[in-house]
Design a protein around this ligand. Structure first.
Ligand code: ZN
Length: 305
């Protein structure tokens, strides 16, 4: 397992010292360059190069809220999310797997996203952003999914017929674990993962912080960004082939911004979704047929005796 940080640098400063620091950074970090136009670098965390870049990020913070501000200077910004690359051995040793398909399939452009969404319950009462959940079947154009075997949707993930049938044949899922995604004519385009088995404890296993909770229906929102993920034996025992967590995952907001918006009477909303977890059998089967299908390994948590 290897962890990476993404760091962005930008220099609009006219100062000689700033230009010098900028040039030094670019020379030293050349081998980590991800995107030249965006000046984005992906740097392994356990390296002296990372320490150097991290120090610069602290010294030249980029706290501008939007990019339209014209404020010349040298800015180094470290992405909040740490990325982790796993080895083959990590995947073999994992106890369960988080669904993480990268290929995106988009909904019809002329149907507003809010037509698929609604509040968590009839009388939502959250402290910060109101939790929004998908409340109807998704519709996507057939051409959007085409011959794909799987994809990430606006919310959640979908399998094509072939991959879904593979799981059904092996009795690792039932039809009730999926919700149809249709086109406008009502034809089935793909099958959204909607596992009937709802597990609890995954957020606790990972010491995730409870960000907010609906006082009316009790829905909990967590935020987490630090891998690797762990699962306790208790939680693992609840797994069947396809699973979703009871706890919900919502977007990150700067608390300061949320507070200001609330004071100005602006309502904030966040789309919530569970974590989708598959057991080892499902992973092994899908990986055998679709070697490039993306998952994040979840490791068994050592219990303290
Ligand atoms: Zn609610």
């Amino acid at each position: 397992m290897k962890k990476y940080a993404k760091i962005h640098i930008e220099c609009t400063s006219k100062k000689k010292e700033d230009k010098q620091v900028y040039k030094e950074f670019k020379d030293r970090m050349k081998k980590y360059l991800l995107d030249d136009v965006m000046e984005l670098y992906r740097i392994p965390i356990l390296s002296e190069d990372y320490e150097y870049a991290h120090e610069l990020a602290e010294k030249y913070p980029s706290d501008r809220v939007d990019d339209t501000d014209e404020c010349p200077g040298l800015y180094v910004r470290e992405n909040r999310r740490i990325e982790t690359d796993y080895t083959k051995k990590d995947y073999e040793q994992a106890a369960a797997y988080l669904v993480n398909f990268w290929y995106l399939a988009y909904l019809y452009e002329d149907i507003g996203v809010d037509e698929y969404e609604g509040t968590c319950c009839a009388q939502p009462k959250w402290n910060y952003a109101t939790g929004i959940v998908q409340n109807t079947e998704l519709q996507i154009p057939s051409a959007e999914f085409k011959n794909r075997k799987y994809a990430q949707l606006m919310k959640g993930y979908a399998l094509g017929k072939e991959a879904r049938d593979l799981l059904l044949e092996h009795e690792l899922a039932t039809e009730e674990d999926f919700q149809n995604v249709t086109n406008r004519k009502g034809g089935i385009v793909c099958y959204q993962l909607m596992p009937k088995n709802i597990i609890h404890g995954f957020t606790k296993d990972n010491n995730m912080k409870l960000v907010d909770k609906c006082e009316h229906c009790g829905m909990e929102r967590y935020w987490y960004y630090e891998e690797p993920y762990y699962i306790s034996q208790d939680t693992l025992n609840q797994l069947v082939g396809l699973n979703q967590t009871k706890e919900q995952n919502g977007g990150y907001f700067d608390e300061e911004i949320v507070r200001k918006n609330l004071e100005n009477g602006e309502d904030m909303q966040t789309l919530l979704e569970p974590w989708y977890i598959v057991n080892k059998e499902v992973y092994t089967l899908l990986h055998k047929h679709y070697p490039r299908m993306q998952f994040i390994p979840i490791f068994l948590k050592e219990e303290k005796k």
